[in-house]
Design a binder for this molecule. Structure first.
Ligand code: GUN
Length: 288
């Protein structure tokens, strides 16, 4: 039986602290932090994520603006909207929900967002700063994973950490953050030979592959900390659907020492870290 790392409960605690901090920030700077989220098109999953981000911002006392644009917006128009927001002094954080339609370059869009308002931490300047060990905005999901691991009270220092997945959004940055915490880090991926035995060496296992229930209980070291970043919608035999992670919870839970569930694990923590990043961007810019 493992202990459950509830991202939902940890988020509630962290958001309560932020809620308490907002009036002080407003008194100091004359306004509350302002997050702008841009959604292009009508992808239902993206719509749901964007709604959650806006709701969370308002719930902790920040200002939130959601800008909806049609699927066929031109790249040029989207870039010029970002330019406007970059130059708007009342905007502290800009997030463009990904994925974008194929005719728009995600790289160009990310590049266009001012690195000082890049609450996702995706801008090349923030990525470079992360890898150089400089002060920067850290991507939300990786930052949330580290908070969840730390919430167990187990020291990360000297532990074997295995990250399954090498995306720019999760795998690579979470590996760097674990390295910063003095873990010995392995990044595994779809071409890794004998993935099961690599995973079995992990005291800390972060699954971020996007393959439903791929990590089974027999791939987990007894007592390990398991963080499941996957959010996969799968169809039940009766035609209904449900969300599952990258970890097969039923077989992993009896083996792991600590495990995060899906839903209610990393998902809420990503949004909580987005709130924290918005406050960080606000304070950095306004205290200059
Ligand atoms: N789409 C899925 N995850 C993310 C994220 O963390 N940020 C943005 N901007 N889009 C996403």
């Amino acid at each position: 039986m493992s202990n459950i790392i509830s991202g939902k409960e940890l988020s509630a605690e962290l958001r309560a602290k932020m809620t308490a901090d907002i009036p002080g920030l407003e008194a100091k700077y004359g306004r509350v932090p302002h997050l702008v989220v841009i959604l292009v098109g009508e992808n239902p999953a993206s719509q749901s994520y964007v709604r959650s981000k806006g709701k969370a911002a308002v719930a902790i006392g920040m200002k939130s603006t959601t800008i909806l644009k049609p699927e066929d917006i031109s790249e040029e128009e989207l870039l010029s909207l970002i330019d406007e927001l970059n130059n708007d002094d009342t905007v502290d954080g800009i997030l463009v929900q990904l994925p974008l339609p194929k005719h728009i370059s995600e790289d160009k869009v990310i590049d266009k967002i001012s690195y000082e308002k890049d609450v996702d931490g995706f801008h090349p300047r923030n990525v470079a700063s992360l890898w150089l060990g400089e002060d920067c905005i850290v991507p939300c999901t990786p930052k949330g994973c580290i908070e969840m691991i730390k919430s167990t009270g187990v020291s990360i220092k000297g532990k074997n950490a295995v990250v399954v997945g090498r995306s720019n959004i999760v795998g690579k940055p979470v590996a760097k953050l674990l390295l910063d915490e003095n873990a010995t880090v392995t990044i595994a991926h779809s071409r890794t030979a004998d993935l099961a035995s690599v995973c079995r060496g992990a005291d800390i296992l972060v699954a971020a592959v996007g393959r439903p229930e791929m990590i089974k209980g027999d791939m987990i070291k007894p007592g390990a900390i398991v963080i499941d970043v996957g959010i996969n919608r799968v169809t039940n035999p009766d035609g209904t659907s449900k969300l599952v992670g990258d970890v097969d919870f039923a077989s992993a839970e009896p083996v792991a020492g600590w495990i995060s569930p899906v839903p209610g694990g990393v998902g809420p923590m990503t949004i909580t870290m987005l709130m924290r990043n918005t406050i960080e961007c606000f304070e950095r810019r306004l205290s200059k």
